[in-house]
Design a protein around this ligand. Structure first.
Ligand code: ASP
Length: 336
């Protein structure tokens, strides 16, 4: 009989109302699931629930918690056919991206889900999201880290939260959905990743100093120079359009050059939700390329951040990291 492990990390799905707003509540979710007849249905796989402690609003997730989630999966990897990770929506796409790198040679579904409205409220989207995630985890077709929400199965490292209040809260603009749930769950078989050779193992992440800088009109780069050149080891620059930055040679270039000379890896992503970076398409991006910045192509910021954590944690030197940042490791980037 198929059995799925649900790992509950926190998030709206299991929150209750407190005088300070919604907050996770120890033991509440398990009690709720055991009370509901849906979770006794013989159309569902058997399930166990592991509740992490403390339960978190996902705004509080760090590399430390990513390591704990990965460890919990590793401990039970052979005991279950798949895993459902219940997580807050705010940073779910970051955690999905991180796990996609950390869970190496994964050959089982790991499905992150949550809800915009908690189980304790009427009109909650929690029931559908959890039931369908359990079914997808038991189907065993998507043997990778995915995010399921609002009827869509997304590749975890392509997902981004795009609605703060909609029930279809996630999109993966540069990757078609892996499955959609209508009357049946329909998989896009051609998009699913092929089975991995090699043994499953977890790469833990270190809290490497990583930064994200979003470019805006009038940005005064000199204010960012100290952290860019001295403190950060990996930087994601969210540029305009296809990789463009203001300021020309005089402002940003010396800072980038100094940072790169110090071994900092600078990855250029776009602030557009969809499309890709082409360094050198415009005069306003060519100097990033000439200075040695990495082209993030169609990486989401979430995936770029997670990938930097991962590659630094693997112990590669900065030239290896720069070259791997531009290559697809686990479906996070489209190489043309
Ligand atoms: N703040 C919540 C969280 O990310 C939001 C949610 O779960 O929807 O934990």
């Amino acid at each position: 009989m198929k059995k799925v492990c649900i790992i509950y990390t926190g998030g709206t799905i299991g929150m209750t109302k407190t005088p300070k707003g919604y907050a996770p509540c120890k033991g509440f979710l398990k009690k709720k699931l055991l009370e509901m007849s849906d979770f006794k249905s013989d159309r569902l796989p058997a399930w166990d629930l592991v509740e992490l402690s403390p339960l978190l609003d996902s705004s509080n997730m760090t590399v430390h918690e990513w390591n704990i989630i990965a460890e919990e999966i590793e401990k039970r990897y052979n005991d279950y056919c798949g895993f459902v990770i219940l997580h807050g929506t705010d940073t779910m796409a970051y955690t999905a991206s991180a796990l996609s790198f950390m869970l190496e040679n994964l050959n089982k579904p790991v499905i992150l889900t949550g809800s915009q409205i908690p189980f304790c409220e009427i009109r909650s989207d929690a029931l559908d999201n959890l039931i369908e995630s359990l079914m997808i985890a038991a189907d065993g077709k998507a043997n990778e880290v995915c995010l399921y929400f609002g009827g869509r199965l997304l590749r975890g490292n392509r997902a981004t939260k795009y609605s703060a209040d909609g029930l279809e809260a996630f999109k993966s603009p540069n990757c078609l959905y892996l499955a959609q749930a209508g009357i049946d769950i329909k998989y896009s078989e051609a998009l699913l990743r092929k089975p991995n050779a090699g043994e499953f193992h977890v790469t833990k992440l270190a809290p490497v100093p990583i930064g994200v800088i979003k470019i805006f009109p009038g940005i005064q780069f000199d204010l960012f120079a100290p952290i860019m050149t001295e403190s950060l080891r990996g930087i994601v620059i969210e540029t305009f359009g296809a990789g463009n930055v203001p300021g020309g040679e005089n402002q940003l270039l010396p800072i980038i050059k100094k940072a790169i000379a110090n071994g900092t890896v600078i990855t250029v992503c776009t602030q557009c939700p969809s499309g890709r970076v082409t360094l050198g398409a415009y005069e306003t991006s060519i100097m990033l390329k000439d200075a040695g910045a990495v082209c993030g192509y169609d990486l989401t910021t979430e995936a770029a951040v997670a990938k930097l954590y991962y590659l630094f944690s693997c112990g590669y030197d900065s030239s290896a990291i720069k070259s791997l940042m531009e290559k697809d490791i686990c479906g996070e980037l489209t190489q043309l």
